[in-house]
Design a protein around this ligand. Structure first.
Ligand code: KG4
Length: 355
């Protein structure tokens, strides 16, 4: 790949509009982000129609802001990248059509990036990270909970995933049940610090041999407990804190347990070279959860596994991870730049993570 290449990347898969400008030698030059959380809070979740309209209103000012902060203009952009999927169709289309219009007008290459590939590679946004391939990735976000064996860029094997709700959804639904605003993950996590694990919520699928997850039963157990106590309006602040603490303990137990099971299985398989270090990456919005980090840090230290997270600001959706993924994919396969289809694009709301 030629030197000193500038990539402009757009993320618009759900409720964050983000633009990053990234240089293939110097790293991130600028990042501009607008969160739609206040817009959706009144509805207790993301309203797709409102999300698309808001992306449309914010995308051009964010592009202007990121160019200004990087101190370059659009003619200095060599490659465009955008989140192609998975996500909300209308929201994805805003980022995809904006990126494709710019690439078409300037006759520059463009790449559609898998949103989860951005999350998987996001720890490498930390320029001091010592993370190397291969690694096991626990991807815990609002839309996904997956265990992925990452042999290299473009080489992904899904070892397990949730059969129903994602871990992030379970956090958000628990928060909603307790009358807390969307998105509930950070709130539940914060309040849990004041409570105790006294309800012993279920740790589903611990005894099976598979690496899949299920969080729907845990969510129902919280609902049943709240009903048993006379509904959310009858709960004291301490009751809520204890429910949050019990929920966080159960969720983080299941996530850590499955990670360790996967690490053991990888060790026993032929996936890893003899005596090679076993690395764990934890990414996606829920990886910002401090209780999860604390638990996994202790267990990994005990087993002598290396553990890596994205810097906190890159845990939730952003465009820096999309730009980084584009850069790494091009470095791995420069041919990608020759085969771009300018003016011919699509979004994939249910895009699969392929090897
Ligand atoms: O990765 P992300 O921004 O969006 C998706 O790609 O899905 O993740 C959003 C999810 C939400 O469910 C939010 O409640 C959760 O991440 N989250 C947290 C924390 N911060 C965000 N969950 C638990 N603890 C946190 N500190």
């Amino acid at each position: 790949m030629t030197k000193n290449i500038n990539i402009l990347a757009i993320e618009s898969s759900c409720d964050e509009t983000a633009v990053a400008i990234y240089n293939n030698e110097n790293g991130l030059l600028s990042h501009a982000l607008h969160s739609q959380i206040p817009l959706h809070q009144a509805y207790g979740g993301v309203v797709p129609e409102l999300a698309s309209r808001d992306h449309l209103a914010k995308i051009i000012p964010l592009i202007q802001q990121s160019l200004f902060e990087a101190n370059i203009n659009l003619n200095n952009i060599d490659i465009f990248a955008y989140t192609q999927g998975p996500g909300l169709a209308g929201a994805l289309l805003v980022g995809a059509s904006t990126a494709n219009s710019m690439a078409f007008a300037l006759n520059k290459p463009i790449l559609g990036i898998h949103h989860l590939e951005g999350h998987i590679l996001s720890p490498l946004l930390d320029t001091s990270s010592t993370l190397e391939f291969p690694f096991l990735c626990l991807l815990v976000s609002g839309g996904n909970t997956q265990l992925i064996w990452v042999q290299d860029v473009n080489e992904y094997e899904i070892l397990g995933e949730t059969l129903d709700d994602s871990a992030g959804e379970a956090f958000d639904k628990t928060a909603k049940l307790l009358g807390m605003p969307y998105p509930g993950g950070p709130q539940v996590s914060k309040i849990a610090h004041q409570g105790e694990d006294i309800y012993n919520f279920p740790r589903p699928m611990q005894h099976s041999n598979c690496l899949d997850f299920s969080f729907a039963g845990l969510k129902t157990a919280v609902l049943t407990q709240v009903k048993r106590m006379g509904g959310a309006e009858n709960l004291t602040e301490q009751n809520k804190a204890d429910i949050c603490a019990s929920f966080v303990e159960a969720t983080t137990d299941v996530l850590s347990f499955k990670c360790m099971k996967a690490m053991r299985m990888i060790k026993e398989s032929k996936k890893l070279k003899l005596n090679a270090e076993l690395n764990l990456v934890v990414c996606g919005g829920v990886s910002a959860n401090l209780q999860l980090r604390e638990k996994l840090n202790i267990i990994c230290a005990k087993h002598k596994y290396q553990i890596y997270y994205p810097p906190l600001k890159w845990c939730t959706d952003n465009a820096a991870m999309i730009a980084l993924a584009a850069d790494l994919k091009i470095k791995k396969n420069p041919e990608l730049l020759k085969n771009f289809a300018n003016g011919n694009f699509d979004v994939l709301p249910r895009m699969k993570l392929h090897s």
